[in-house]
Design a protein around this ligand. Structure first.
Ligand code: GLN
Length: 490
């Protein structure tokens, strides 16, 4: 019996009942990695030996009759911008190619307390800048549903690993859609929690006012369990929320009767792939048939969200990335003097997209342009936030596509950054407003590529999102289908 294709909650029950051991499970996932990783390339670092040692320790504990936690003994993967003590954390950048953090991110400390099996670190767009994982400084990741297509990004490695069965669960980060969009492209569940719900301590900063860590999983049940584990206040992150963390598994209730869903007309626009629109509308009809009420709403500043995001995120990125100077962190390319060394280091070791954003960000922040660009963007950000505040006076959740298209071919957009930025239209407003959002599988295109439904919630409204997502999931079986990978499906 193969095990890699089951969600964590099923595997947890099998471990508890003694039907399987963690070593068996880990070996099965490692075998899956041997079978398909050459085609998918989700991992930058694999920690096989450590993984098996962790599995053995869990089995010894079970054999001794000790109780185990939800994630205990279950293999997962971590995006490579989350600091893992003693394990390379490169952000898929040549500038951090050999960086080994001396400390764990707070999410890692929380996850490690559960004794999971960590398989390794996943590929991403360099410093999380991108939406296809093609901006990795090392190699692109391929979509398990069609290896000629991108897995989305920037958490493309994490999403592809969960979709391919080369990890049971994964952790990603989302600054403008980087958990939700790859989840949509790869047919898995991905949640960006409310800004501040999960500590950012040890997440290598891209745009600090937008970044948030979250889970990528096979189904909504696993998502709720992971959210329980990673959420909570942290003294090391002054932006983390001190609102107590509820038990998110209590939201795994199949009931949307009376739930009021808003459909923002600005998210259903021309230019959207007709198959995406049809599939998402069918999912919303399904909510209606289960007793939810659906109303049209307007988020009038949506059109400005992309321009706003692509000023604020690069401005913060330009500032955050100042630290890679060939001295404080990471690699160095020598030069005649200090200035030349720094110039060489940054010119040669940052990729094109990262340099583009540093230039845009510094421009937007420079004296003379600050008021016209950065300050203006901050004002528009407030308007985007207010749109949601007004809409949520009347509705419980907002539903929309996660991405305007299914996964596209590798290389199709890489030379057209503006086109690439436009792909983020449905996800960036949620980060600008700091709201929680989840993407769940809701069907397939005629090319058999997954399509995601996005559910957006009120601040700290994760419970409502999970209940809605769970109810929908119970009504269909999209989440149970796994990528075929050229017949390599067991
Ligand atoms: N695609 C967006 C960007 O390139 C979002 C990335 C992210 O969420 N990290 O910035």
């Amino acid at each position: 019996m193969r095990l890699y294709n089951k969600p964590a909650h099923v595997l947890h029950d099998m471990l508890v009942s003694g039907e399987i051991t963690s070593v068996q499970l880990t070996q099965d996932v490692l075998a899956r990695i041997d079978e398909v990783e050459g085609d998918v390339r989700a991992y930058l670092t694999l920690t096989r030996d450590e993984a098996l040692a962790q599995a053995k320790a869990v089995d010894a504990k079970i054999a001794a009759g000790e109780p185990i936690s939800f994630l205990e003994g279950i293999p997962g993967a971590i995006k490579d911008n989350i600091c893992t003590k003693g394990v390379k954390t490169t952000c898929a950048s040549k500038i951090l190619e050999h960086f080994v953090p001396p400390y764990d991110a707070t999410v890692m400390t929380k996850i490690n307390k559960e004794n999971p099996v960590i398989l390794g670190k996943t590929n991403m767009d360099e410093f999380a800048m991108g939406g296809s994982t093609e901006n990795s400084g090392f190699f692109p990741t391929h979509n398990p549903w069609n290896t000629e297509c991108v897995p989305g990004g920037s958490s493309g490695g994490s999403a592809a690993a969960v979709a391919a069965g080369t990890a049971i669960w994964a952790i990603g980060s989302d600054t403008g859609g980087s958990i939700r969009q790859p989840a949509s492209f790869c047919g898995v569940v991905g949640m960006k929690p409310t800004y501040g719900r999960v500590s950012r301590y040890g997440l290598v900063a891209y745009a600090s006012s937008l970044d948030q860590i979250g889970p990528l999983t096979r189904d909504v049940t696993d998502c709720a369990h992971l959210l329980n584990i990673i959420s909570g206040h942290d003294e090391m992150d002054s932006t983390s929320s001190d609102v107590p963390v509820p038990d998110y598994t209590k939201s795994l209730v199949s009931d949307v009767k009376g739930l009021k869903i808003g459909l923002p007309r600005e998210y259903f626009v021309k230019g959207m792939d007709p198959e995406v629109e049809k599939t998402v509308r069918a999912a919303i009809d399904q909510f209606r048939s289960m007793g939810a009420e659906v109303v049209d709403i307007s988020l009038p500043h949506t059109d400005y969200a992309i321009s706003t995001y692509y000023l604020i995120a690069p401005a913060e990125a330009a500032t955050n990335l100042e630290r890679y100077d060939g001295v404080s962190y990471g690699e160095r390319v020598d030069g005649e003097d200090l200035v030349e060394m720094m110039t060489n280091t940054r010119s040669e070791l940052f990729g094109e997209e990262v340099k583009r954003r540093i230039i845009i960000g510094n421009y937007a922040l420079s004296a003379g342009y600050y008021d016209a660009y950065y300050l203006k963007a901050m004002k528009v950000r407030t308007l985007v936030q207010q749109d949601f505040t007004v809409a949520f006076r009347d509705v419980d959740v907002i539903m929309a596509p996660t991405a305007p298209t299914p996964a596209y071919k590798i290389g199709a957009m890489i030379d057209d950054p503006l086109q690439m930025y436009l792909q983020d239209a449905c996800t960036v407003p949620v980060n600008l407003a700091g709201l929680p959002g989840i993407s769940i599988p809701c069907g397939f295109s005629s090319q058999n590529m997954p399509i995601g439904l996005q559910i957006i919630g009120k601040p700290l409204g994760e419970e409502t999102l999970l209940r809605a997502a769970y109810t929908y999931e119970q009504s269909q079986n999209f989440h149970q289908q796994m990528a075929n990978l050229g017949g390599k499906e067991a």
